[in-house]
Design a protein around this ligand. Structure first.
Ligand SMILES: C[S@@+](CC[C@H](N)C(=O)[O-])C[C@H]1O[C@@H](n2cnc3c(N)ncnc32)[C@H](O)[C@@H]1O
Length: 370
């Protein structure tokens, strides 16, 4: 572990220990946990519930070699982007970590997070300047599905950093149709319940319908030419497969682990070959198709395994469109493909599917290097 050169102000006699109070300026917001990030004596300090540009007094909670965590005690100079959260329980509830920050600044911070994640990744013919980033159409009431904890007939969300319950009779990021049901919930025994605008039988579905429409159009707009074949990996029940089948005349195959999602996809979308199974295994079994192909992939937050990336290279599509909800694992996977010498990253577009939270979504296009 490289040593960290700590510089302290003349007033600071020794390194602060947990429970000591420090003063620091918050420079940015972080991806992991959405905390404010500042520096004290050169070391990174994460402080919950702070906003960029503000100076705070904070109590040191933990000290690791490379970073500390602290909790805010007093805001000495508030951020120009600090606001009173509209939700009365925003400061306790674990659902939203950025409601105290103006939405325009949330978008700027998300773009910076994306940009920082791409720092080590080579871009075809240039730098990652002026990354396009699409804000969400609605900063509130965008979720078409929420999950509530049930504690002895009381419904709510876990508090930040604990499993205590915050009861709610309205959720500011949930669709009004969901909120209208919150005050009339019947007693139930299940530890968790889900309320959805259009309930479906389990599995993954995009929760921000308005921004999902934007996401699909961003994906379609990136397709180059007329691919002869298309593989839609991590397809769910066909969120992208349907629009692909409508737009293209290509032979389309979709791969998805959840058998229930595949069943729904088969019912809803015609002229697509569905494979229920693990992406790496199915790709290994399939013979690579001939001609110019497109692979669209939208993996979970952990990204792809090396086995999946190796199979992508073996199938050798002319273009890869990568949808990701985690810029860190996207950058790792894209770097793997670039290092194979077979692909170049030509564009990355950020977008916000989850206002009031630290989550960042992106659509990237990689093209064959030859
Ligand atoms: C981020 S979701 C995307 C779903 C879909 N593209 C959409 O937009 O609704 C990831 C999907 O990958 C599936 N999945 C996770 N691990 C998988 C694996 N190893 N092989 C195939 N599918 C997998 C999940 O079931 C989930 O449907």
């Amino acid at each position: 572990m490289p040593s960290v050169n700590l510089k302290f102000s003349s007033r600071q006699k020794s390194l602060p220990i947990p429970n000591d109070i420090i003063e620091l300026k918050i420079d940015s917001l972080s991806f992991n946990g959405g905390r404010g990030v500042g520096r004290y004596g050169g070391i990174v300090v994460f402080v919950h519930a702070t906003a960029p540009g503000e100076t705070v007094r904070a109590r040191v909670l933990t000290r690791k070699a490379r970073f500390w965590t602290a909790e805010v005690i007093e805001i000495l100079q508030p951020s120009p982007w600090r606001r009173t959260p509209p939700c009365p329980v925003a400061n306790q509830c674990g659902g939203c970590c950025w409601q105290h920050v103006e939405y325009s600044e949330q978008v700027i911070q998300k773009r910076k997070i994306l940009s920082a994640s791409l720092r080590g990744l080579r871009k075809q013919g240039g730098e990652w300047e002026d990354l396009p980033f699409q804000p969400a159409p609605n900063e509130f009431h965008y979720r078409n599905r929420i999950q509530l904890q049930n504690r002895n007939g009381q419904f709510g969300f876990f508090t930040k950093r604990s499993h205590d319950l915050v009861t709610v009779d309205e959720c500011w990021i949930a669709d009004p149709q969901i909120n209208s049901q919150l005050s009339n919930l019947k007693p139930q025994t299940a530890p968790k319940i889900e309320i959805a605008v259009n309930s479906q039988d389990g599995g993954f579905s995009q929760v921000n319908a308005a921004q999902n429409t934007v996401l699909k159009s961003l994906v379609l707009a990136r397709i180059k030419g007329n691919p002869e074949w298309v593989l839609d990996l991590y397809a769910g029940s066909g969120n992208f497969t349907g629009p692909l089948a409508e737009k293209l005349k290509s032979a389309i195959a979709a791969i998805e682990l959840s058998a229930a999602a595949v069943q729904r996809g088969r019912r809803q979308i015609q002229n697509v070959t569905w494979h229920a199974g693990d992406v790496a295994e199915v790709l290994q079994q399939l013979e690579p198709s001939k001609g110019a192909g497109l692979v669209l992939l939208d993996p979970p937050r952990l990204g792809c395994t090396v086995k999946v990336l190796e199979q992508l290279v073996r199938h050798a599509p002319k273009q890869i469109i990568y949808v990701s909800c985690n810029p860190t694992t996207f950058a790792r996977d894209a770097e793997h493909l670039v290092r194979s010498g077979r692909y170049l990253v030509e564009s990355v577009q950020g977008l916000d599917m989850f206002p009031q939270t630290e989550h960042v979504e992106l659509v990237a296009s990689l093209c064959a290097a030859t």
